[in-house]
Design a protein around this ligand. Structure first.
Ligand SMILES: *Cc1c(COP(=O)(O)O)cnc(C)c1O
Length: 372
């Protein structure tokens, strides 16, 4: 029999994914360590039963009620009020990114980012048949404006992906840096005929809620830059990684263009009902986020007291190092029931912020492994 016509550029590639191992302390994929409250679980059950009564029908295609609730949440979280028409929701920010690249990138177009950054970005580019260009960050993992300008001039990217706070380093962009990038981006996208375009600048704020005091959200710049998209997710601070709900804020024009490529009925009635229930309980979230930020800062202090380097973090994880053999440190922790992530530049490891008890267990295990 003849072989299958699997795309040649995908031959030999493995599906993406961090190891999912069953160990007592899971600090590897930046989840919120606190399970939903009993009250939230009951509310989800109630909302989902209600949705189940209409499950013979397709879901509300444009998720208007959910987009309204997300807009309300963003207004409370960042002080930026946007109409629901400027919000779009999908199955995780993974799908949000795919929608963005399907609408704005594709064959003959360039998607760019600055490394180290999120390891899924080149995969989104590959899956949408876009070219991938990776610029470099500064040695302290901040964005280098000269490098950004070089990428604009050499490649005229259609989409630029900037995670802030960045994964795996935790580095946030400050608003002056972002304004400089947005100003430099004007007219630097791919030409359409003889017309200049501005590239879509995506600020991926998956960890936005954990940013430190005084760090602004890119949401504040939306009304000034029509080529800006801010992406968010309920997977991290919101404690709902299992839900698969990501969303973005942008101009109405961008949202209307994105809607052309979305699959019909992409967001199930069950997902919409669950997300609405979780959003109703958002006030309980603030305290959790505050506790996790304090634990993050404590973790960074504790790691430094062992003589380790840490990258300053605005997220719910800390990248630390450096080790000649980071795999051995990772394995030593795993042997002691603590799973972290071997990711990032050579020699570094990344640990997610857990509950105070989990962080304690991590530190105890690490001291043993390092003999310090
Ligand atoms: C975890 C993460 C996301 C979230 O992806 P979801 O599909 O919403 O779970 C997005 N961007 C970055 C940089 C992340 O680390």
């Amino acid at each position: 029999m003849a072989r299958l016509p699997f795309r040649e550029d995908l031959a030999g590639l493995k599906p993406y994914g961090a190891p999912q191992l069953d160990v007592p302390v899971l600090l590897n994929v930046n989840e919120n360590p606190f399970a939903p409250s009993a009250e939230l679980v009951a509310d989800i059950a109630r909302r989902v039963s209600e949705a189940a009564k209409g499950l013979n029908r397709y879901p509300e295609r444009d998720a208007v009620e959910l987009r309204g609730a997300l807009s309300e949440y963003l207004a409370e979280e960042s002080g930026v009020r946007l109409p629901w028409e400027q919000i779009w929701a999908a199955n995780g920010s993974n799908e949000i990114m795919l929608h963005i690249l399907q609408a704005f990138a594709g064959p003959g177009r360039v998607v760019a980012s600055f490394l180290p950054s999120y390891s899924m970005y080149p995969e989104y580019a590959r899956d949408t048949f876009s070219s991938w260009v990776a610029g470099k960050r500064n040695p302290d993992f901040s964005i280098n404006l000269d490098e950004v300008n070089r990428v604009f001039n050499d490649y005229r990217p259609a989409v630029v992906l900037l995670a802030s706070p960045n994964n795996p380093t935790g580095t946030a962009l400050d608003s002056d840096e972002l304004i400089a990038i947005l100003d430099a981006s004007q007219g630097m996208g791919p030409r359409i005929g003889s017309e200049a375009t501005s590239p879509i600048i995506v600020v991926d704020e998956a960890y936005g809620e954990f940013r430190r005091e005084g760090v602004a959200s890119a949401l504040e710049l939306l009304d000034r830059y029509p080529n800006l998209i801010v992406s968010r997710t309920m997977s991290k601070a919101f404690g709902a990684a299992g839900l698969r709900l990501g969303y973005m804020a942008a101009s109405r024009e961008i949202i209307d263009q994105i809607m052309v490529v979305r699959l019909p009925y992409h967001l199930s009635a069950v997902t919409q009902a669950t997300a609405l229930a979780a959003l109703d309980h958002r006030s309980a979230l603030k305290q959790q986020v505050q506790l996790l930020r304090e634990e993050r800062d404590q973790l960074a202090t504790d790691l430094a007291s062992l003589g380790l380097d840490t990258a300053p973090s605005d997220a719910n994880f800390v990248m630390f190092g450096t080790f000649d053999n980071r795999s051995a440190v990772w394995q030593g922790l795993l042997d002691r029931g603590v799973l972290i992530r071997e990711v990032g530049p050579a020699g570094w490891l990344r640990v997610s912020v857990g509950t105070p008890e989990e962080n304690q267990r991590f530190m105890t295990a690490l001291k043993e492994v390092l003999g310090r």
